[in-house]
Design a protein around this ligand. Structure first.
Ligand code: ATP
Length: 235
């Protein structure tokens, strides 16, 4: 039986008084990966920030496993198992890789489990545990953030353009890791993307975001997905 983990209903959000994302409805089930696709400035990041509680909801609702979090603060939403992997650097740049992970664990999980997560997902980090996070590349920092999110037991991942600037071979590996962790943990994943091949490879379904509104959606395995997304992002 499907279990809806994240549900948005009529979500309108933005900055100050200005709506940027309008009337968005979407649901993500346990074990499902949904991509929100759109060109620059269409509101993808704004959508994630609002779900995470960084921006106010002007109207509409956000719920997690049936519980409303529409008025939740970021730390409350994080405590309910939602992890946000933003586009900008979000780690403590002067702390080491290990310190960044240990700080997030705060007794909720032990280090050996965290180490297992690192070995399984991004083993290159095991050789960098004593390295300052600020010396990692932008892509590596996102991988560290993802590892940290999994280590603290996140059930929902909100991922902002993780493929940006990565080589194709690294992107292919990322597809496998995200899908393997989804299968293993039953994660619900909402990712925003501009990379067509990554989107088609990693996600189960997609929505197209155009000037803050959903203008199309489908299952990624549908035969016309590639053409529809391409048309949307190259308009
Ligand atoms: N802090 C802010 N204050 C006011 N407007 C903002 C702010 N951040 C973003 N915007 C505006 O909101 C709109 C959507 O931006 P957003 O970053 O959500 O788009 P995006 O689809 O994620 O694009 P990108 O891929 O370039 O990040 C843009 O017009 C942008 O200028």
């Amino acid at each position: 039986m499907t279990e809806t983990v994240l549900a948005l209903k009529g979500l309108t959000t933005g900055y100050g008084q200005a709506p940027v994302v309008r009337d968005v409805d979407l649901t993500i089930d346990r074990g499902e990966i949904l991509a929100v696709v759109g060109k620059n400035g269409m509101g993808k990041t704004t959508l994630l920030k609002s779900i995470m509680g960084y921006l106010p909801k002007f109207s509409g609702t956000v719920s997690l496993s049936g519980q409303s979090v529409s008025d939740g603060k970021p730390h409350q939403i994080a405590r309910l198992g939602v992890a946000y992997i933003p586009q900008e650097k979000a780690l403590f740049q002067d702390l080491t890789v290990e310190e960044n992970i240990r700080l997030a664990l705060r007794g909720s999980a032990d280090w050996s489990e965290a180490r297992d997560t690192i070995s399984r997902c991004f083993p290159f980090l095991l050789d960098r545990l004593r390295q300052k996070a600020g010396t990692l590349s932008g892509g590596e920092q996102k991988m560290l953030l993802m590892t940290r999110s999994l280590a603290v037991g996140a059930k929902v991942l909100l991922i902002d353009e993780i493929s940006e600037g990565l080589q194709p071979s690294v992107i292919s590996n990322l597809v496998k890791i995200i899908q393997a962790e989804r299968d293993r943990l039953g994660l619900a994943v909402l990712l925003v993307e501009q990379n067509l091949s990554f989107t088609c490879a990693v996600s189960d379904k997609y929505v197209l975001l155009d000037k803050g509104e959903i203008s199309g959606s489908g299952n990624t395995q549908d035969p016309d997905t590639h053409a529809k997304i391409l048309a949307h992002i190259s308009l």
